[in-house]
Design a protein around this ligand. Structure first.
Ligand code: SF4
Length: 394
């Protein structure tokens, strides 16, 4: 099946497409009602019980919404007429609206989702033979100001709600054709779009519960990855609340350099961060943690840096993903050469580490890693004193 064009997608968010009978315009008018889209299974169950309904109603709604992609109560045929009327009066199923779509020559698709007040966040779908990965956003902008990141350069406006987060997956799955084996196009979800997911903890966990619930998207916890720049207390909390795969934006092998590249390091330095990572891994059968390392020419890419990195991670449940830097307007950094990246990778492998280099995808549509900027206005100008960093990540 061909992907719908942008104009068809606009139609999609307003009416039936691909056999789904969504009447989303009507849903948009219900914004003031309780939006059930982002409610975790437990929360939805309590919501129904409070209304005097049986808890299993939650499972029925979850299946309709997240598995059958039906978002009109009238089409939910196993609900009684009375219940459907009551839901119309009190609840909505509002999906985020797509404002633009871009497609790369390599098959990558980038969507801009409306997030109010003229702002927008980005999601990127990366198709591969064995899987389809959706990279989603968790905040409008980001306050953490990593010096090599297009999102950080935009500043921060607000956290996305759970329905805005999971809505990116829901809408993309409606649009994308199923895989040849009949399963949904999206087999993996990574929180590597705009924002620091662990700085929006409550909403991200609600979205994770939906992504991994058998009554909703049913993704294995290994196929859902949260990437953090290192908010240590929330790494520990995530390990207890929702043991999905963890990726850490490390990008430097010592505190002096990481303080410059990833300012949150001034609050949670490398030792503290790695201790939290090993605790996380230990509590999940020593599952490997991925350490992301953006390759910046003449900044963090020497063989000596590789040696320092290997010393930090050797004999630990760690793998390293080297990311060729994707330049964006106004940024001073340059991408390391292929030879430098290869040398760095070889040095890590010689020290016994699993090290891969991320293939750059979608760079012709600014969808490559680190390039997502969305549209952020009314940003809160955070001066990055340690106090403000603490506030931004509380
Ligand atoms: S790398 Fe992540 S944490 Fe850092 S500024 Fe960008 S989005 Fe925020």
């Amino acid at each position: 099946m061909k992907l719908p064009t942008f104009s068809r997608m606009r139609a999609f968010v307003r009416g039936p497409v691909n056999g789904h009978s969504a009447d989303l315009l009507r849903m948009q008018n219900k914004k003031s009602k309780t939006n059930l889209l982002g409610m975790s299974p437990a929360l939805l169950e309590s919501w129904f019980v409070e209304k005097g309904e049986k808890p299993f109603r939650a499972r029925q709604i979850l299946r309709w919404l997240h598995q059958r992609y039906v978002s009109d109560f009238d089409d939910m045929t196993d609900l009684s007429k009375n219940l459907r009327e009551s839901l119309h009066a009190t609840a909505s199923l509002h999906l985020p609206e797509i404002v633009s779509e871009q497609r790369s020559t390599d098959g990558t698709v980038k969507w801009l989702f409306e997030s109010g007040s003229g702002q927008a966040v980005e999601s990127v779908f990366i198709p591969e033979p064995e899987r389809g990965t959706l990279c989603i956003s968790s905040q409008v902008g980001c306050a953490l100001d990593c010096s090599f990141c297009a999102t950080g350069a935009q500043g921060f406006n607000r956290n996305l709600s759970a329905d805005e987060i999971v809505g990116q997956v829901n809408v993309a799955n409606r649009i994308l054709p199923k895989r040849s084996n009949g399963v949904n196009a999206i087999t993996n979800v990574v929180f590597m779009g705009m924002g620091e997911p662990l700085a929006n903890y409550r909403n991200v966990v609600a979205a994770l519960e939906l992504l991994t619930s058998d009554f909703a998207y049913g993704l294995s916890r290994r196929r859902v990855t949260v990437s953090t720049s290192g908010i240590v207390p929330h790494i520990d909390k995530l390990g207890t609340d929702c043991n999905v795969s963890l990726a850490v934006s490390l990008h430097a092998p010592n505190d002096e350099l990481r303080d410059q590249l990833v300012p949150i390091n001034r609050i949670h330095p490398i030792d503290e961060l790695l201790d939290a990572c090993w605790r996380y891994a230990a509590s999940h059968s020593n599952r490997f943690i991925t350490f992301e390392y953006v390759m910046l020419k003449d900044v963090n890419d020497s063989v000596a840096h590789a040696g320092e990195l290997a010393t930090l991670l050797q004999n630990r449940p760690a793998k390293v993903n080297l990311i060729p830097f994707n330049p964006f307007a106004g940024n001073v950094y340059r991408r390391s050469s292929s030879d430098t990246i290869k040398r760095f990778q070889t040095r890590l492998r010689d020290r016994g580490l699993v090290a891969t280099t991320r293939k750059t995808r979608g760079d012709d549509i600014d969808a490559a890693c680190g390039q997502l900027a969305g549209k952020v206005s009314d940003r809160i100008r955070v001066r990055l004193s340690d106090k403000n960093l603490r506030v931004a990540t509380a």
